[in-house]
Design a protein around this ligand. Structure first.
Ligand SMILES: Cc1ncc(COP(=O)(O)O)c(C=O)c1O
Length: 362
């Protein structure tokens, strides 16, 4: 990334050309396979990026929370899937009911109890809300076993939801081994096919069969899956680079940081700490981020406002006051810490985008 001169640090910078290329590449892959693309917006939390994804053909957005859905409905995103087993308390039930009147809404369900709460919240609203039954394809997080999807669909329909299909997340594809990514994609296909059959056996059409993640993106095959929800691909990050699902030239987001200290040979300290980069660790990244200009460097320590960088013996460190870029381990958490993204194109600032859904975690 070519940093604009005079960038005041720390700042999160987006290379808009790389961003647009990533968006178009994923949209083209989805088009080629005949998949609907519903990118997960938790990765960017930014209305301008959502608009670019929609312009490239995304059918709608996926989100993780009710407040994220509200934040994207506000600027006019009218087709939202809350890909989460939402559990409504009384205040959330009121918000959910209101949101259902403002946007075409889809919600994840993995228990009859949660479905009842969703149905109760919708009583009296005119617009139907679609439910996708969540199944576990091997990730080991949320979702029922695929054969149980039929009974749960019946419970969701009984609660007043319009059952539209099934969804899953192949999170176990986060692995360095390309074989593991392919296996996760096949697990996803099997789970969605089995869950769809379980719905059909009870008289429901599994019109939507939603899956997808960034690591499994190269492994998709049309058939059992007909909708994809990758998120991180818009920016990519040090984890994606570490597991080999992107190349350095695909990294669209980095923190610009200034060298504020050079306390010892081979060691320097940057002004972007955990409050800028996020604190994610990963077995696939050595340290807390990736420095494109110093690919052999390791961010060995992270404090709130310090990143300590160690270089291999003999490699010269940048000068005090130099501005360098650090790619966060996990872009989603870095973005959630920033008020705005500095939009750069070939070394110039061309815009500033508010992280409009920042902190929408409820
Ligand atoms: C339910 C769900 N769908 C889609 C995604 C997007 O996948 P990725 O972060 O690999 O792009 C996630 C990410 O955590 C998710 O939890």
């Amino acid at each position: 990334m070519e940093l604009p001169d005079g960038t005041s640090t720390p700042a999160l910078v987006v290379d808009v050309d790389v961003l647009d290329r990533n968006i178009e590449r994923m949209a083209a892959a989805a088009r080629a396979g005949g998949f609907a693309l519903r990118p997960h917006a938790k990765a960017h939390k930014c209305a301008e990026i959502a608009a670019r994804q929609r312009a490239a053909g995304a059918s709608g957005l996926s989100v993780a929370t009710l407040s994220e859905a509200e934040a994207f409905a506000r600027p006019g995103v009218d087709d939202l899937f809350i890909a989460y087993p939402l559990w409504l308390d009384a205040p959330k039930a009121r918000r959910f009911g209101r949101l259902a009147g403002a946007a075409r809404l889809r919600v994840g369900v993995d228990s009859a109890e949660a479905a009842r709460r969703l149905g109760d919240a919708l009583r009296g609203t005119a617009r139907p809300v679609e439910a996708l039954i969540e199944v576990d394809c091997g990730c080991g997080r949320t979702g029922v076993a695929p054969p149980e999807a039929g009974a749960l669909a019946e419970a969701a329909a009984g609660a007043g939801l319009a059952v539209a299909g099934v969804f899953t997340f192949p999170g176990h594809g986060y692995a360095h081994d390309p074989g593991a990514r392919a296996r996760a994609a096949r697990d996803e296909e099997r789970a969605l096919a089995e869950a769809a059959a379980a719905l059909e056996a009870r008289g429901f059409e599994a019109r939507v069969r939603s899956g997808g993640s960034t690591p499994t993106a190269g492994e998709w095959r049309p058939g059992a899956v007909n909708e994809l929800r990758p998120g991180v691909y818009v920016f990519n990050d040090a984890i994606q680079l570490g597991i080999g699902t992107c190349a350095p030239e695909d990294l669209a987001l980095a923190a610009a940081a200034t060298v504020v200290s050079r306390p010892a040979p081979g060691r320097f300290v940057l002004d972007a700490g955990s409050k800028v980069l996020g604190a994610d660790r990963s077995p696939w990244v050595d340290g807390h981020g990736y420095l494109p200009a110093y690919p052999r460097a390791t961010v060995t320590g992270l404090w709130e406002h310090h990143a300590v960088v160690q270089l291999p013996a003999g490699e010269p460190a940048p000068a005090l006051g130099a501005v360098v870029t650090v790619v966060p381990n996990h872009c989603c958490n870095a973005v959630n810490l920033a008020d705005e993204l500095l939009v750069a194109q070939r070394g110039a600032v061309v815009d500033r985008w508010r992280v409009s859904a920042r902190g929408t975690n409820t």
